[in-house]
Design a protein around this ligand. Structure first.
Ligand code: KG4
Ligand code: ZN
Length: 341
């Protein structure tokens, strides 16, 4: 069963072909980073227009890579939400229409389900059940994943997402967009202990998170020490350490609470090397497995959508002849796949 996956929920156009027997056959990505950099963040209208321009050529490229023809596609999976509605509509309309034209089923995939399942594309794939730390530009949550479509929210951010905190802090420090990778790079030159940073919410019970206080603390610190040697690098290093620490403490709590054996890290912030190292070390220390996708599949991509779509298709699901796009769509509203009556 070969599934074409289409991702257009934000600022990357991602396309992939996944074969349920042979694995990933090809994937192609166009990042809009350069397009949005001049504006310091994603401009939704520009994102939608760029997806319109790039999507079909990328589908063609992906087919060529995989040495396949259009007729070899058995289903089309597209990201239906959550995300920027205009951007989602491009992938949803194109994906659903392609499926109609090819006479194959379409699958409307939840973007975060794609992120949760992305580590399954790796050789060391986790088994259900596991706990997932989902940290992206729009979301920060801990989820207990019991099976495909069975997700229980354990905790989430009460304000900014972890990626959003990285992006805003990078902007404050003049490091540009996208902030996460830029801040992580700057942090390499700094001393994380030069300034002290709070570890938000760790003294309170529960698994919710909050990053806006950390953001305010960082802004005040920068104002106070502006112009001192290497201040941006020290702040970047201390800020990153505070986020990594906070996320690690919450993960440990989630693992103890659920008695899960495996932790999965997914979403764009999962590309952060400090976070990966820390959670890997904690896993070894406390005795649980840690899985994450390769770097390219932490951030948005078509492969995770093709994979999630393939799993739902194999379980008998596909969508009606309608185009499904939702800006908001809580992950815990998803259900296990159901075959149409
Ligand atoms: O999952 P993703 O590609 O898109 C969303 O669904 O939001 O995540 C993007 C987020 C951005 O906030 C970006 O700054 C952050 O992931 N990010 C990172 C790193 N790479 C990407 N944050 C910290 N360190 C990184 N290396
Ligand atoms: Zn994402």
């Amino acid at each position: 069963m070969r599934v074409l996956g289409i991702e257009t929920s934000c600022d990357e156009t991602g396309v992939a072909l996944y074969d349920s027997e042979r694995g990933l056959l090809g994937h192609a990505l166009h990042s809009q980073v350069k397009t949005h950099a001049a504006y310091g963040g994603v401009v939704p209208e520009i994102a939608s227009r760029d997806h319109v321009r790039k999507l079909l050529p990328l589908v063609q490229l992906c087919l060529q890579q995989a040495e396949l023809e259009r007729g070899d596609i058995d289903a089309v999976a597209y990201t239906a939400g959550p995300g920027l509605i205009g951007a989602l509509l491009v992938g949803a309309s194109t994906g659903r229409s392609l499926a109609l034209a090819l006479g194959v089923p379409a699958l409307a995939v939840h973007h975060m389900e794609g992120h949760v399942l992305a580590p399954m594309l790796e050789d060391e794939a986790p088994d259900f059940p596991f706990v997932a730390l989902l940290v992206s530009g729009g979301h920060s949550m801990l989820v207990e994943v019991r099976a495909l479509g069975r997700y229980e929210l354990l905790g989430e951010t009460l304000d900014d997402a972890a990626g959003e905190a990285f992006d805003k802090t990078a902007k404050l420090l003049g490091l540009g967009y996208p902030g996460g990778p830029a801040l992580a790079k700057k942090a390499l030159e700094g001393d994380p202990d030069r300034f002290s940073f709070p570890r938000p919410m760790v003294n309170r019970p529960g698994l919710d998170m909050s990053f806006s206080g950390l953001k305010t603390h960082t802004r005040n610190l920068y104002r106070e020490h502006a112009g001192t040697p290497n201040v941006e690098a020290h702040i970047a290093a201390g800020f990153q350490q505070a986020i990594v620490d906070t996320l690690a403490i919450k993960c440990r709590r989630a693992m103890q609470q659920t008695r899960a054996q495996q932790l999965v890290i997914a979403g764009g912030v999962g590309a952060n090397q400090e976070l990966r190292q820390r959670l890997r070390a904690d896993g070894e220390r406390y005795g649980w497995g840690v899985a994450y996708p390769r770097l390219a599949f932490c951030t948005d991509n078509g492969a995770m959508i093709a994979y999630a779509g393939a799993q739902r298709l194999l379980a008998g699901e596909h969508t009606e002849l309608s185009i499904d796009a939702r800006a908001r769509w809580p992950l815990d509203q998803l259900a296990p796949p159901i075959a149409p009556a």
